[in-house]
Design a binder for this molecule. Structure first.
Ligand code: SF4
Length: 380
């Protein structure tokens, strides 16, 4: 079973913290872009042609800039090249300012059954700091409209650790989205990138990112609140009511195949990885065909090591027996007793064949997982 990712690299404005590859939307270009996406999807050849797909994820960028007609054309192209299962998860990332009743109805009628709404926070001052085009009232309205619609799963993204963010206010935001009845919450910690507007302001001392200890305490308090309200903390940043985990994103953490379409989209299929060139103009000019790709053919040992690291992001951890079954002798315990050291430090724990991050390990997950990265020398 394969998962399909459709990248929409357009946004109406660039948020002050965002360093993604994207362009600000250029009117009618979106229609031409959909033509190119359909061209790339139609160019799929065996052995991928006709493969069964159980997830489609429209991500970006801001895929909600696509009208229902655009979504519909992409899904028709997908059905032409893949066997899309009738109960497939078909998800769309949306920004609150793009949500209204007619649009939700349009997306739903074309097959979208999951919405992920980029709320980020419910504080107007912070939303302005982030240069988000919506305010808190608009975000709440968007969640309510989605919740009242027949869309099966409704989720929100929230960011913690913004400069000047009041922890009590951030927790109130978490409470508010829980009260609105969402099924899924992604709780991201602000990442500061030097080349963004916010990154430059922080580097110049005009703003200060939240202190690490305060941020860890806030994240823990938010996670506890979500757990108390019935959300399963199933991945470092993701919480779901039972039955509402992201099936698509789970593929990234469980070593399953996925295929990405659009400039800068990544794919991992049949043991090979590639990423499309991040060149939107060339992609549109070629109508999605013959796009430049950076290809990689990682060794089985490297894939096994990467699968271990990705699986550790899940709360249930990684199944070592399954990894051994899949990769055989190529699955090697990471070098030099690193795992034993991390277990000794209380950052990893093992129960039978399951290895996972401890609660403390989750708070410093980047640093822990970095230590498990394969040696840069080629693995056999
Ligand atoms: S909407 Fe998302 S992708 Fe677009 S600029 Fe903002 S953070 Fe980046």
């Amino acid at each position: 079973m394969i998962g399909l990712y459709i990248h929409v690299p357009y946004c109406s404005v660039r948020c002050s913290y965002c360093d993604f590859y994207l362009v600000t939307a250029r009117g009618r270009e979106l229609g031409v872009y959909v033509d190119a996406l359909c061209g790339e999807i139609a160019s799929v050849r065996p052995p991928l042609l006709g493969r069964a797909a159980d997830t489609v994820h429209f991500g970006g960028g801001t895929p909600s800039l696509l009208a229902a007609g655009g979504v519909s054309r992409v899904l028709a192209a997908i059905r032409g090249s893949f066997a899309l299962l009738p109960d497939a998860e078909i998800a769309l990332e949306v920004n609150p300012e793009d949500v209204d009743e007619a649009r939700i109805e349009g997306w739903k009628s074309r097959g979208i059954n999951r919405l992920s709404i980029g709320v980020q926070c419910l504080d107007d001052g912070l939303l302005r700091l982030m240069r988000r085009p919506h305010d808190a009232r608009r975000a709440v309205g968007a969640v309510l409209l989605a919740r009242q619609s027949p869309i099966r799963s409704v989720g929100v993204d929230l960011i913690l650790g913004l400069p000047g963010q009041d922890p009590a206010g951030a927790l109130e935001g978490v409470e508010r989205v829980i009260d609105l009845g969402v099924d899924h919450v992604s709780l991201y910690l602000l990442e500061v990138h030097e080349r963004t507007l916010l990154g430059r302001e922080i580097a110049l001392g005009r703003r200060a990112a939240m202190d690490d200890d305060a941020l860890a305490a806030l994240y823990e308090a938010a996670a506890d609140r979500l757990a108390a309200c019935g959300f399963e903390h199933y991945e470092i940043s993701n919480f779901a009511r039972p039955g509402h985990r992201s099936r698509h994103n789970l593929k990234y953490w469980t070593d399953e195949d996925y295929l990405g379409f659009g400039p800068s989209a990544h794919s991992y299929v049949l043991g090979r990885r590639w990423s499309n060139a991040a060149r939107l103009d060339a992609y549109i000019a070629a109508r999605g065909a013959a796009i430049d790709r950076a290809e990689e053919d990682p060794s089985r040992a490297r894939r096994a090591a990467e699968a271990l690291i990705a699986g550790l992001r899940l709360s249930e951890g990684v199944d070592l027996a399954a990894l051994r079954g899949r990769y055989g002798v190529h699955f090697a315990w990471p070098r030099g007793g690193t795992i034993e050291e991390l277990m000794g430090a209380g950052l990893l724990e093992r129960g039978g064949e399951r290895l996972r991050l401890t609660r403390r390990g989750r708070l410093v997950s980047n640093a822990v997982l970095e230590q498990l990265l394969p040696d840069p020398r080629p693995l056999s």
